[in-house]
Design a protein around this ligand. Structure first.
Ligand code: YH5
Length: 275
């Protein structure tokens, strides 16, 4: 399996680690100088690269349940300088955004992948990606980040997620985004209770039927807190276990906070595991 990803063609025969880089503090002070948020994010990115991240996912707007929305200007100010600073870091750069203006600016600045939790449903998002050669991750979400965890409801969660993703793939292809540029993500925690997440997780092999790369993001999420009773600061072991299971179930790319630990676990899985 391969993914055409901006300046890169990724070979997905081995699982790849996507390291999470959040730029969430304000990037600019009143006098226009970059502030702590940007410097901290750049340092964090460099740390993840030194730990062996295969790609970085840069996000300027938190999509955690109930998080505050960020203005377009603020998101641009957070994301674009970071992409520019990292564009020659040697690995593909993903940008986690739902905003077409941010997509276009990030692509111009050097992004190779748009990671859109809204699966290009915003007005102008399909066109922003189609006009480039970057890859896109199409993710399933029920509702919006502000309210998605209030009362998620499904008849058949696997059927609904599969149906949604199939529709978005068809729309993306019709808009001119080649299949080679598309990957899929069931969106763990996005409008899903623990039972929905567990059902979907066990159904990951069924999502192989798209014959598209699968991205899985479970690192530190509430579902792991519910399973273990641990606070977010103590969820690394649970995150590693879930990431290894995801890979065994067919995930090609795992989106994680803890790159070094995940890399060790993947090495053990590769040496001693089934695949
Ligand atoms: C994802 O799954 N997730 S942002 C709450 C947490 C910890 C982490 C309560 N962007 C995904 O990581 N993009 C996010 O603790 C994503 N797939 C893709 N493609 C949410 C997140 C998180 C939320």
């Amino acid at each position: 399996m391969r993914l055409s990803c901006g300046r890169y063609t990724l070979n997905l025969e081995r699982p790849l680690i996507m390291g999470i880089v959040n730029v969430t503090a304000d990037s600019f002070s009143g006098d226009g100088h970059a502030r702590a948020g940007l410097t901290a994010a750049l340092q964090h990115a460099e740390q993840l690269l030194s730990e062996g991240a295969d790609m970085l996912d840069i996000g300027g707007e938190s999509s955690r349940p109930g998080a505050e929305p960020v203005s377009e200007a603020e998101e641009l100010a957070r994301v674009v300088p970071l992409v520019e600073a990292l564009r020659n870091c040697g690995v593909p750069l993903s940008v986690d955004t739902v905003k077409p203006t941010v997509m276009r600016a990030a692509i111009t600045a050097g992004a190779d992948l748009i990671n859109d939790i809204a699966a290009l449903q915003a007005e102008g998002a399909l066109e922003a990606v189609a006009a480039s050669n970057v890859a896109v991750c199409l993710m399933h979400m029920q509702g919006t980040p502000g309210t998605m965890q209030a009362d998620p409801q499904y008849g058949d969660v696997v059927a609904e997620v599969t149906h949604f993703l199939a529709g978005r793939v068809a729309i993306a292809e019709a808009a001119g985004i080649a299949r080679e540029r598309i990957m899929l993500d069931p969106g763990f925690g996005f409008g899903k209770r623990l039972e929905h997440n567990a059902t979907l997780f066990k159904a990951l092999p069924q999502l192989q039927h798209f014959d598209l790369p699968l991205l899985v993001g479970v690192s530190r999420k509430s579902m792991l807190g519910q399973i273990t009773g641990r606070d977010v600061s103590e969820r690394m072991p649970a995150s590693i276990a879930a990431a290894m299971l995801a890979v065994q179930q067919g995930a090609h790319i795992i989106r994680v906070h803890d790159v070094a630990a995940t890399k060790d676990a993947l090495a053990v899985l590769s040496a001693l595991g089934g695949s």
